[in-house]
Design a protein around this ligand. Structure first.
Ligand code: C5P
Length: 401
């Protein structure tokens, strides 16, 4: 099932390294070709001999071979791999990866790899909870790495808590799931909007909203990881993403977002409008800061262009258009009306009523609404919601053929 897949396994110096030969064994048994790169500290926990025997390849660890002075190319290793899985990843390596420090072969390979990278952090619970670790993981996730979060359980220190590397069988499953889909959208161009828009009132004030853009960013990552070329038109947000198959187009206002989408719509196969676009903008933003004067201040607002609706009107046959909806009353009914009025093929209905769903959360609860059916999904991480949306679009595209 992994026949012909090239998997580079990176091992860093944590006690969980002793479990990696089992992961390598599972990958080999499933037909993958495996090479191993390890940090010098990892060799204290698991021997290169074990890993070279299991993989049938030498194990890479030094920049050059001291016996004959030959150079070990981190670039070649990175280019060879379809997927780079680093497990366990220690707190030190997380920090170095975040800051671009490449003082060993594994880190240099990471920095030059063009393939998707999965990281399975493992450390003691207090190290895992430390803000610097949390920030490093967050940043690495934003760089486009796939994080396999550690589980909870007994740790090597004798303490019990979060930080235990995910079991090799589960890492293997994640790899299988990931690679099963890696060509699903090959050759497809995907246009995604995400985040809020800011509509200027004057040079220092704007009308905006609380959208973080996370849902749209996760959708962009899923499409990119499954072979698509993605353009992400992203409104102003703290979040970002760095992925070789995602072109990021930052915009501020709804009109800028509209113009970016119009320029790209003709060449896009799939368009997912997840941005929380402001419906109105101030008619005449002041070019000077508005002074506090009278008791009341009136702003005249004008309607922004509806990007989704415009795309729906001009949709070419074979193009797939997805919109989002956030409704408080008669949610499904209204979302279904939106499907027709906006000319979309699929509406993702956000739940406002459920705790942990919507703006600012890492989880979301949505329903997928098409002309034929309504599918209610349970509360789940936004990355999984994104995978469900991509699966649904794939099924719809297959039906079109
Ligand atoms: O009409 P409403 O704002 O409820 O519709 C939400 C959907 O329409 C979302 O997919 C959103 O991205 C999109 N939208 C848009 N342009 C607007 C307003 C909303 O593309 N001006």
């Amino acid at each position: 099932m992994l026949k012909g897949k090239k998997i580079l396994v990176g091992i860093t110096g944590g006690i969980a390294a002793y479990k990696i030969p089992l992961l390598v064994r599972l990958l080999r048994k499933a037909g993958a070709e495996v090479k191993v790169v390890m940090t010098p500290a990892a060799k204290d926990f698991v021997t290169p001999l074990t890993l070279s025997t299991l993989t049938g390849h030498p194990v890479w660890s030094d920049f050059f071979n001291p016996a004959d002075g030959s150079w070990h190319s981190h670039v070649e290793l990175g280019l060879w791999a379809d997927l780079f899985v680093i497990a366990p990843v220690t707190a030190t390596t997380l920090g170095k990866m975040h800051h671009g420090i490449a003082d060993n072969l594994l880190l240099a390979t990471y920095l030059s790899a063009r393939c998707p990278v999965m990281l399975a952090p493992a450390m003691d619970l207090d190290m895992y909870k430390h803000p610097s670790t949390t920030n490093n993981i967050k940043a690495l996730e934003q760089y486009g790495n796939i994080i396999i979060a550690p589980g909870s359980g007994e740790l090597a220190s004798g303490l019990c808590g979060e930080g235990r590397m995910e079991e090799p069988e589960n890492i293997f499953q994640r790899i299988k799931d990931f690679l099963a889909f890696d060509k699903m959208f090959e050759g497809k161009k995907v246009l995604i909007t995400a985040g809020p828009t800011y509509e200027p009132i004057d040079p220092v004030r704007f009308i905006g909203n609380h959208s973080s853009g996370r849902m749209g960013i996760e959708i962009a990552k899923v499409f990119a990881n499954r072979g698509a070329k993605v353009t992400l038109v992203l409104g102003p947000t703290q979040l970002s993403v760095n992925h070789p198959s995602i072109e990021l187009l930052p915009v501020t206002t709804a009109v800028e977002m509209f113009e970016a989408c119009m320029a790209l719509s003709q060449t896009s196969d799939i368009m997912v409008m997840s941005a929380a676009v402001a419906d109105y903008r101030p008619l005449k933003p002041s070019d000077k800061k508005i002074k506090k004067q009278d008791e009341n201040l009136s702003l005249e607002l004008v309607k922004n262009p509806d990007i989704l609706k415009t795309l729906g009107r001009n949709k070419k046959s074979g193009q797939m258009l997805v919109g989002f909806a956030l409704e408080t009353d008669n949610a499904v009914e209204n979302a279904r009306i939106k499907l027709t009025t906006k000319g979309a093929d699929l509406i993702v209905l956000n739940s406002l009523a459920d705790e942990g769903a919507g703006f600012g959360h890492n989880t979301n609860k949505v329903s997928l609404i098409t002309a034929e059916a309504t599918e209610h999904l349970p509360l789940m991480p936004k990355s999984e919601v994104a995978a469900h949306i991509a699966d649904k679009i794939n099924r719809m595209l297959l039906q079109l053929q």
